[in-house]
Design a protein around this ligand. Structure first.
Ligand SMILES: Cc1cc2nc3c(=O)[nH]c(=O)nc-3n(C[C@H](O)[C@H](O)[C@H](O)COP(=O)(O)O)c2cc1C
Length: 189
């Protein structure tokens, strides 16, 4: 699958079939996450892989999102940015979050590429989940990613039409393309 095809296909999946997902597929997605760009090449992430039913139930309960129960695997993405903060002061915290986001997106694209469904879950009780899975105090949970095969055919919303409202030209809030710009959409040149 080409990169842009995976980007176009990725959508949040919250309805999973009971088809088995191999452990190797989850590891491939984590490998993709691990290849994200990291400031100063400092990888601030760890991944907890969850497969036991009782643990899935717990996460569903403490996210108040019961569809999570039906996933085959769950990955908890954790970050700790102390080293980044030492090196980059105020920027360290934001770098830590940015690179976690880049890694999570790599993971989602890898899962899409493998024909799997997943969803970035950010709403959960941090304290209860940290304590259940013995995550040390200084670590944060960046996201919880339930994974499985989609039960239904995936319908992706086309957001291409929104693009015009998302860009300014040469300066903030200039919404019209200046004269002399290429007639065609520059991205297609
Ligand atoms: C930081 C973050 C937190 C999110 N938290 C949740 C969540 O707790 N539960 C959920 O069902 N979806 C969650 N989502 C998924 C968004 O709802 C979803 O990405 C958005 O509606 C766009 O749909 P799409 O992913 O299908 O393109 C989260 C996404 C992000 C980026």
């Amino acid at each position: 699958m080409k990169t842009h095809e995976a980007i176009n296909k990725r959508t949040s999946v919250r309805d999973f079939s009971n088809k088995n997902v191999k452990f190797g597929q989850v590891m491939e997605a984590i490998d993709a996450a691990n290849q994200a760009p990291f400031a100063g090449n400092i990888n601030n992430l760890k991944f907890i892989i969850i497969n036991e039913k009782e643990n899935k139930n717990y996460i569903a309960e403490f996210s108040q999102q019961y569809w999570i129960n039906e996933s085959q695997w769950i990955v908890i993405v954790c970050s700790e940015s102390k080293r980044l903060e030492q090196l980059y002061q105020d920027k360290g915290d934001i770098y830590g979050k940015q690179q976690a986001g880049a890694a999570i997106q790599n993971m989602l694209l890898s899962l899409t590429d493998q024909g799997l469904g997943a969803c970035w879950v950010g709403s959960f009780s941090e304290h209860e989940i940290k304590s259940k899975f013995k995550i040390p105090d200084e670590w944060k949970i960046e996201a919880i990613i339930p994974i499985g095969y989609a039960k239904n055919k995936i319908q992706k919303k086309n957001r291409k039409n929104e693009l015009e409202t998302k860009v300014f030209w040469e300066k903030w809030n200039q919404k019209n393309r200046p004269l002399g710009y290429p007639h065609k959409d520059p991205s297609t040149n």
